[in-house]
Design a protein around this ligand. Structure first.
Ligand SMILES: C[S@@+](CC[C@H](N)C(=O)[O-])C[C@H]1O[C@@H](n2cnc3c(N)ncnc32)[C@H](O)[C@@H]1O
Length: 232
């Protein structure tokens, strides 16, 4: 499983104690673009009946899909703290056909098939995307779609400057107003800058037999969606 343990430690360090303020912070920390990035991902979906959502966090995407498509959603999340938030959010919104498992997505297995496998923000945290995709294709129904979105580091210097200065501002804000988020904003930019997840994920999808693989850049390359389809 390569360096999964190391990545888990990184995730624990970055996310520790952030669960209750995550939903507000993700909006703020993405220039308000998180909602738009998720909307674009939702627009690529095909009225699924059953969805597996990886790194489901507090359930923003998972619960959004359950409501929009009136479908079943299974969430898989590494951290109990976030899973507990997701379960509370589901209950508060009266959404019943969802369940959340605490597990590293790379190791999660269940003897069920899903029309779609989705995630916002998992790929950059996965040491071996090949392991993740190899595991997921077993649970992706024939003709089903896998769609993963995450931050990316833009290729154009102009947008790189904007990205760097935005995270510098986020660090300043965190120091003054939200110290619990400082570790995140100190660590996250480097994780994004050094990640090659878009290329690695597309290659892993191809190796595991997915077809119609697409990479869609969002917001000047500050985010992307990579998708692939299980042959029918
Ligand atoms: C930025 S949050 C995104 C949450 C949710 N997808 C959303 O869009 O609101 C990233 C989440 O990924 C989870 N995560 C990171 N690595 C993971 C792994 N290997 N397996 C499952 N979850 C993971 C973290 O615990 C964290 O909750």
């Amino acid at each position: 499983m390569g360096n999964v343990e190391t990545r888990e430690a990184l995730v624990e360090t970055l996310f520790h104690g952030t669960g209750t303020s995550y939903d507000e912070m993700v909006h703020f920390a993405t220039w308000g673009r998180d909602r738009q990035w998720k909307k674009e991902l939702l627009s690529m979906m095909e009225e699924p009946k059953r969805v597996l959502d990886l790194a489901s966090g507090t359930g923003i995407l998972a619960l959004g899909m359950a409501e929009l498509f009136d479908c079943h959603v299974t969430g898989v999340e590494l951290r109990e703290e976030y899973c507990a938030e997701a379960r509370e959010n589901a209950e508060a919104r009266g959404i019943e056909d969802v369940r959340f498992f605490v597990s590293p997505a790379e190791h999660f297995t269940i003897d069920e098939q899903f029309d779609h496998i989705t995630s916002c923000y998992i790929p950059k945290y996965i040491q071996h995307l090949d392991v993740l995709v190899g595991n997921m294709v077993k649970m992706l129904a024939p003709g089903g779609l896998m769609l993963l979105q995450d931050f990316a580091y833009p290729s154009k210097p102009m947008w790189q400057t904007l990205f760097d200065s935005h995270f510098e501002r986020m660090r300043r804000k965190a120091r003054e107003e939200a110290p619990g988020w400082l570790t995140m904003f100190e660590g996250l930019p480097e994780v994004i800058r050094t990640s090659t997840w878009k290329e690695d994920l597309a290659a892993a999808m191809e190796r595991h037999g997915l077809v119609d693989i697409k990479t869609i850049d969002q917001s000047f390359g500050m985010s992307a969606i990579v998708s692939g389809r299980q042959p029918s």
